[in-house]
Design a protein around this ligand. Sequence first.
Ligand code: FAD
Length: 464
Amino acid sequence: NTALVWFRRDLRLADNPALSAALAAHECIVPVYVHAPHEEAPWSPGGASRWWLHHSLNSLDRDLRARGSALHVQDGDSLAKLRDLVVATGARAVYWNRVYEPAAIARDVDIKQALRDVGIDAKSFNAALLCEPWEIATASNGPYRVFTPYWRNLRARLQPHPPLPAPKRIPTASAATSTIDALGLLPRIRWDAGFDAAWQPGEAGAEAALQRFLDEAIGDYASARDVPSLAGTSRLSPHLHFGEIAPMRIAWELEQARCGGKESFLRELGWREFSHHLLFHFPHSAERNLNPAFDAYPWAPAAPRQVRRWQRGRTGIPIVDAGMRELWATGWMHNRVRMLVASFLTKNLRQHWLVGARWFWDTLVDADLANNTQGWQWTAGTGADAAPYFRIFNPVTQSERFDPDGAYVRRWVPELSAIDARSIHRPWTDPATLRRCGYPMPMIDLAASRGAALAGYDAVRHKN
Ligand code: FAD
């Protein structure tokens, strides 16, 4: 009496409803991971995500082996590989936890039907969200487009419950397996040198990150979360994306903790839920403006050389360059700085938000279709509950406000480290020093480009 447990974006043993349900109903299970990036196209995992996945799969495999099991790794079409394993092991059921992206939903619906057609029981569970995207609706039974009422609704019904424990032993049927190394997830040119020092992918790493945050940072979260030089946020985003920890588990820990900062942190998990809600109800938004009024926006012509300077952190605007270099070096960027670099690309350079979303997709270890789409559309002004079109971040005043002593800029743009705290946010005011530092002049006039963006948004208003 065997069942397959198909791991996907739930790379953990504790608090895993599909795994627990399979173990409760079957004597023996086969944990399986099918590598099928083509099934996630056009958003197949980028380079930084593949790095994370490699390490997270290894961590899961180690944890399974410690319980008498092992991860069966396959490479190919999910349905074909699951079918082969069903035949090879005599399994009667397949269990998995849901993924809420458009391509994954379409695939999973087909797979569920195909398995049931041949008499195999197929069961799916929620392991990734506080609430299913279809469970929260407006008074007129539609999806929300504005965060605050969405969050009020979700918050009122949220009842954190204790996590399911990790199973002590996992009786497993053996079957042929490939190796994680054979999936070739690590980059051939090792640009990931800084990742090892910054991250511990896997369930134990997620646990350590949560404990560090609860011990050291949650009390000051409401104020420190906006200061990019501090470790004031949880850095749980890649762990949450790969399902190494459940948001419900975090909500439960918050409920037990006695400290400030809880509501404000829970609200950020609410943004994650809201992003998933939006992508589920507006699946076109991963590719196109969520708000169609912006289809008329006059983006500037594609400017690959300008985009390259942005990607490399050579724009001449220190806070923007610091963020882009932090991203390249560690696979992560602070949220406040994500907003600033995205605003600079979409509003000052007037490049389409998808140009930035694709770069983030390849370079973020937490690249997540729902959060990335929503983050870019919100900043560009094209999304739901977006920043008003006329609010164009001024990266200089933002830098002065959130990095007052220049510590963040100094860390990531070391050429500027000798410049005093007052000038570091606008070093071009002293061109001679700037030349000595080897740092470029700003690639664009911030005030003039802001005016051009506003004129573009005016054109959208008049056309609609
Ligand atoms: P914390 O402040 O500790 O927050 C806890 C968790 O809440 C995060 O791990 C994340 O899961 C969730 N969260 C926090 N802020 C947001 C938010 N604004 N929207 C949605 N969820 C949020 N987040 C991703 O996980 N993946 C992405 O690909 C991604 N792309 C982004 C692109 C842009 C242009 C912008 C502006 C934001 C993006 N974000 C993305 C949201 C946010 O920047 C990150 O979730 C956050 O910086 C992760 O750091 P943390 O775990 O320390 O956050």
